[in-house]
Design a protein around this ligand. Sequence first.
Ligand code: KE4
Length: 436
Amino acid sequence: MQPTATRKLDRSRQLQQRAEKLFPGGVNSPVRAFRAVGGDPPFIVKGRGSRMWDADGNEYIDYVGSWGPLILGHAAPEVVEAIERANRDGASFGASTPRESDLAEAVLEAFPAMEKLRFVSSGTEATMSAIRLARAVTGRKYIIKFEGCYHGHTDALLVKAGSGVATFGIPGSAGVPEEFVQFTLALPYNNIDRVNDAFKRLKGEIACVIVEPVVGNMGCVPPAPQFLDGLRYLTSREDALLIFDEVMTGFRVAFGGAQELYGTRPDLTTLGKIIGGGLPVGAYGGPAEFMDQVAPLGPMYQAGTLSGNPLAMAAGLATLRHLRDNRELYGRLDRAAATLVDMVADAAHQAGVAVTANRVGSMFTWFFTGDPVTDWDSAAKSDTALFGKFHRAMLEEGIWLPPSQFEAAFLSAAHSMDDISQTVVAAQKAFAAIKL
Ligand code: KE4
């Protein structure tokens, strides 16, 4: 690891200029542009284990892990080998293959609330399809989501919370007509009374509640005690479907995701990230009585050219088999993440920087606020400018954190205690630097 000095980013800057001629903001996903934290985004050329290297040869300890998929670290040998082996037989056929069933069986083994599933190529497709299925099954139009939760960029979910009583979604993006979000309610996370009120006000009209059972997309926010069970009770009482969006938490917070960790059983589950082992995979699933409503068996249409493609199935299967056969990994990740998160929070307090640490297993966030963070309103009180300074200072020290206060960070099986020690030392320097 290089000593503290201004890291050379000449090559990355050249690549950014080239990319800005090709992609909006020079990126293929907005958060990668580093606009929430400032500074020039390094262009990554290689990852191995817990580390990444940029185009100028700078090395980083990575706590993003491609936004969650890489629980085994970068270029895990068994994943690389599985993809190479599959690729020798052809990358895609547009026909059924045994590998899809292999991966599906591995997923269903971990998620007993699902009897059947459908693979898609992104988390967005998974949640979009699950909501369409909930509407098809119930014949109802309204859906409930929560402020600060992100479920991909499908129109119906790009909403800002309505003000006060309204709570009806207002378009959260240009290009989304208000008609497309008129049936979407955005409610405060961890507030079960507001959900109950909505069900009373729209009796018999709400198709589903979709929730991140542990939120990653406002930063890491755990469910309040009884919140998930409260959602389960209300949706059951009202004959609405409960959708757990476990794209991030599936195989992350436990082998069986948040529904294993908290013991609450949803009607539909969406998955992504880890089940693709770094390649594009999403999935949605549930009881056969619901899934059999999906084409070609049932009237709800959904399709995808590369759904279930052999390379992604191979990468996902290698990842899940490793996790299945090494369950002690979750305890080790939990303890290692606790050490990291607590020691960095201690460094902040020693430096007089107000930080609140939230963590569930190996996903976590240091919020730059002195108050508890339990929902979007409390998360939004964080000092994002100070987080930006911290992010830049940590990058200088070779530590790659999510480039937004409102994202979760991830520890992988490849991170060593030495990585954690280096990170804590870097944080001590960074907190000292941002206080100046
Ligand atoms: P994708 O369409 O990006 O594969 O998945 C959408 C999605 C759905 N549900 C949850 C809980 C998610 O976290 C995501 C995507 N997560 C973000 C990270 N916060 C992806 C990173 C990005 O947008 O570049």
